[in-house]
Design a protein around this ligand. Structure first.
Ligand SMILES: [Zn+2]
Length: 238
């Protein structure tokens, strides 16, 4: 092979290599079609809703307030071992698309969005949503840890793959956590107690630490990527 051809081929190889997403190296990825993150140092904790958007309201509880409380507790659990970015620190409305743009400023990070659920009064238990392959193991760990803490589980969806704005659109691994149903009398009573919210935060933080330490190890086969377009405002719940 002539010298210039091999040099060209080598250059091409280098170019291709630099375009590949490198798991654990904190590169961003549009589709999340890669292994889950390992060794990340930043966690973006998103308290769902805020300001004019209260989220679920049931049994005297307001989702936006509980979500912010749990988010702050997760920060206390993780900091200073991790850099923690809170999407909001007060009762403030932040557009979902702005939350996505903020998350994308931190390539070596994961995003965890915290919510409480609303539904049929017999439903109880945590649910964790993911879409991207690189977010599966983190979602599974969070769901497993929350299940271990939650005494009521009935009719809940568990671990769910769903394309939402905060599970599809960020270019970093991202999951959405529903900590429990405010419409269930027993679970609402727990959610109202700071001791229980602390347990929820510990469970979420432990999952994040395990993911950073072990990557996808021990989490079973990772689901194949789905190359779907970004989720828009008109789509189902997001
Ligand atoms: Zn919510």
């Amino acid at each position: 092979m002539p010298r210039f051809v091999s040099r060209f081929a080598f250059g091409l190889l280098l170019l291709l290599a630099s375009c590949q997403s490198q798991p654990g190296k904190g590169r961003s990825s549009t589709y999340g079609d890669r292994p889950g993150p390992q060794g990340f140092n930043t966690v973006i904790v998103d308290a769902g809703h805020g300001g004019k958007d209260s989220g679920a309201k049931a049994r005297g509880l307001v989702e936006k307030q509980l979500a912010l409380d749990v988010a702050k507790r997760v920060r206390s659990e993780l900091w200073p071992s991790y850099k923690v970015v809170l999407m909001r620190e007060s009762d403030r409305f932040v557009e979902l698309d702005n939350r996505v743009s903020i998350a994308n400023r931190y390539p070596n990070a994961v995003l965890v969005s915290i919510h409480f659920n609303y539904g049929n009064r017999r439903r109880a238990g945590p649910e964790t949503y993911y879409w991207r392959s690189d977010s599966y193991a983190l979602a599974k760990r969070v769901q497993r840890n929350l299940s271990a803490v939650a005494p009521y589980e009935s009719g809940n969806a568990g671990l769910v793959r769903r394309r939402l704005r905060l599970t599809r659109n960020p270019t970093i691994p991202c999951i959405l956590v529903e900590c429990g149903y405010l419409t269930h009398s027993g679970e609402a009573k727990l959610a109202a107690s700071s001791a229980y919210r602390e347990k929820l935060a510990e469970a979420i933080a432990r999952a994040i630490r395990d993911q950073s330490r072990d990557g996808d190890a021990g989490m079973g086969p990772i689901p194949r990527p789905i190359y779907a377009p970004p989720s828009r405002a008109g789509d189902a719940r997001g």
